[in-house]
Design a protein. Structure first.
Length: 133
């Protein structure tokens, strides 16, 4: 299902790569200003932007911007491995904030940050080559 390319998808790609770059550098340098929660949010923003760039380039949009909704939209275009689906579901489990009366937030650990960054790399490696061509 490929539609008409949506303008400015390149901006989303650039922003996604920048969010991921900031998260990776902050973690590598162990900058105290970047808590595991902040790094989670940066990685998720990076993933969101990269997925949106891919979708927009293919003339599509996600219904919403949760990681789960982005995964569903992405699966309309690509066959996602079970491993990647599991990783994205893991990311999505940290924040359930759509219901203001019953929201939950799980505080990530340093070990979680390593996983977040790896998942961000997986999405980057999956999508960026497809955005280049």
């Amino acid at each position: 299902m490929i539609g008409v390319e949506i303008d400015d998808w390149e901006i989303y790609r650039r922003d996604g790569e920048q969010f991921m770059g900031v998260a990776k550098n902050a973690w590598k340098q162990r900058k105290k200003a970047f808590s595991p929660e902040t790094l989670y949010n940066l990685v998720c923003m990076g993933i969101e932007k990269l997925v949106m760039a891919f979708l927009m380039k293919n003339g599509d949009l996600a219904d919403n911007h949760t990681i789960g909704d982005l995964r569903v939209a992405l699966s309309r275009h690509l066959l996602l491995s079970g491993d990647l689906i599991e990783k994205l579901n893991y990311l999505d489990s940290f924040q359930e904030i759509c219901d203001v009366d019953a929201y939950t937030i799980q505080i990530p650990t340093d070990e979680d940050v390593e996983r977040f960054l790896g998942i961000g790399d997986d999405i980057h490696n999956l999508l960026v080559p497809r955005l280049a061509g």
